[in-house]
Design a protein around this ligand. Structure first.
Ligand SMILES: *Cc1c(COP(=O)(O)O)cnc(C)c1O
Length: 421
């Protein structure tokens, strides 16, 4: 069983908490950088390989900047994410704009930034042309439908709202070619949190075959193939990491067999992973607020699902370490809860942990992607701070916690005394 380690000791964490009260998210810069370098290195055989970090996984300009320095671009799928990329200094073809059900204003912003636009539907070609004009480079998101088995989170491709069918894809490229577009890319993303590398090799093969076919029939040249995100991480201690080098080798083999052998190269391989890049290197730190014994034992934290939705939303497992009690035997069974008036608000159900007491500090693992980002304000719960643990051990606040004033900012209390008139 792989041990779930922490990048700080209890003493160090207590020092951090003196300055930044719990709950907060903290990200490990060193580990993020090392992981980013490994990811890039795994695909170094492909000239022009680029990872576009999926901003929605951890939308913080400091994290985006770190990854940009490591050579990553940004995968954006909303107006706010485009603006965040721009403010971080990521523009042009370092942005992949992969949206769906997209409003005109987002296309306009993507065009203004000269981002690579990845259309989700054939109907978006005319829409984009009308509202923002067609770009010189266009990419389409392919949904292979029944050609591809589904994966657990994203479900069967046929049921997914994303992408073009095969027929639409062919028709779409033809329309764009006939309108004078000369630069093309292709994209798909049919998995989420997938740990089997074979899944991505198979996806690459489907896309390479499609490129070979489309190049032949439409006489267009593909510059890149974007394999999407969805590479999983081992949330549970007994799970193994995805074998990245085997994945890269598998994709390389298909690339040589289909792209190189048919003289279709070079084609740049792109990825837009979020979870794999930052997921394991972010932690939600909280304190035990109350221990409650009724029909079960409950350990209530000072955090709640507003800080980390995944367990409540998907029943997702997030490992929990109790600081300073790592060596104690986990022989008490708890539901670890938050304070939201919603019975789903549990970080863990029937989790074996060492005996807990009020003020114990817990670290909830693998909260570095789709963690803080999903937070909401239901029940008037405020989102926490985000901290960055720098490589030399220094801690910087990369987002302050929300205040009640933030929460009330959209309300007009001044008008209330004279209402109703
Ligand atoms: C969510 C998303 C990603 C990132 O998914 P991960 O599971 O975090 O890798 C990438 N691309 C698109 C289009 C997405 O919607």
């Amino acid at each position: 069983m792989a041990e779930k380690l922490l990048p700080f000791t209890k003493r160090q964490l207590e020092e951090i908490i003196k300055k930044y009260p719990t709950p907060f998210h903290i990200y490990d810069e060193k580990a993020i950088r090392e992981n980013a370098r490994d990811f890039k290195a795994a695909f170094s055989w492909n000239e022009g390989f680029k990872e576009f970090f999926a901003v929605k996984a951890a939308p913080n300009p400091y994290l985006m900047k770190i990854l940009h320095k490591e050579g990553f671009g940004a995968d954006c799928s909303s107006l706010a994410e485009l603006v965040m990329a721009e403010k971080t200094g990521i523009t042009g073809e370092e942005i992949m704009f992969t949206s769906n059900d997209t409003p005109a204003a987002e296309f306009l912003k993507a065009r203004e930034l000269q981002a690579v636009i990845n259309l989700d539907d054939i109907g978006h070609i005319a829409y984009l042309e009308k509202y923002a004009g067609l770009p010189a480079l266009i990419c389409f998101r392919y949904n292979p439908g029944p050609l591809k088995k589904g994966n657990l989170i994203i479900g069967h491709p046929e049921d997914a709202k994303y992408g073009f069918t095969r027929e639409q894809l062919i028709a779409g490229y033809k329309i764009c070619r006939d309108k004078g577009i000369k630069r093309f890319g292709i994209h798909t993303m049919v998995a989420s949190n997938e740990l089997d590398y074979g899944y991505f090799v198979e996806t690459a093969e489907i896309l390479f075959d499609l490129i070979a076919e489309l190049t032949g029939t439409l006489k267009i040249k593909f510059e890149f193939v974007n394999l999407g995100g969805g590479v999983g991480i081992p949330y549970r201690p007994e799970q193994k990491r995805l074998d990245l080098s085997a994945m890269s080798r598998g994709i390389k083999e298909k690339y040589e067999k289909i792209i190189v052998a048919n003289g279709l190269g070079p084609i740049r391989i792109y990825a837009e992973c979020g979870r794999y890049i930052t997921g394991p290197y972010g932690y939600l730190i909280a304190r035990v607020l109350h221990i409650k014994n009724t029909y079960k034992k409950f350990a209530g934290l000072d955090a709640c699902m507003a800080n980390l939705m995944r367990p409540a939303l998907y029943g997702a497992y997030h490992h929990i370490t109790v600081l300073g009690k790592e060596q104690k035997s986990p022989d008490v069974v708890y539901d670890v809860t938050g304070s939201l008036c919603e019975n789903n608000d549990k970080f863990a159900i029937d989790r074996r942990l060492p005996e807990l007491e009020r003020d114990d500090i817990v670290a909830i693992h693998d909260a570095g992607a789709h963690g803080f980002a999903m937070g909401f304000n239901y029940n008037g719960k405020l989102r926490s701070a985000e901290l960055l643990l720098r490589e030399q051990g220094e801690v910087v606040a990369i987002r302050r916690p929300e205040t009640l004033d933030d929460y009330f900012a959209t309300l007009d209390f001044a008008g209330v005394p004279s209402f109703p008139a």
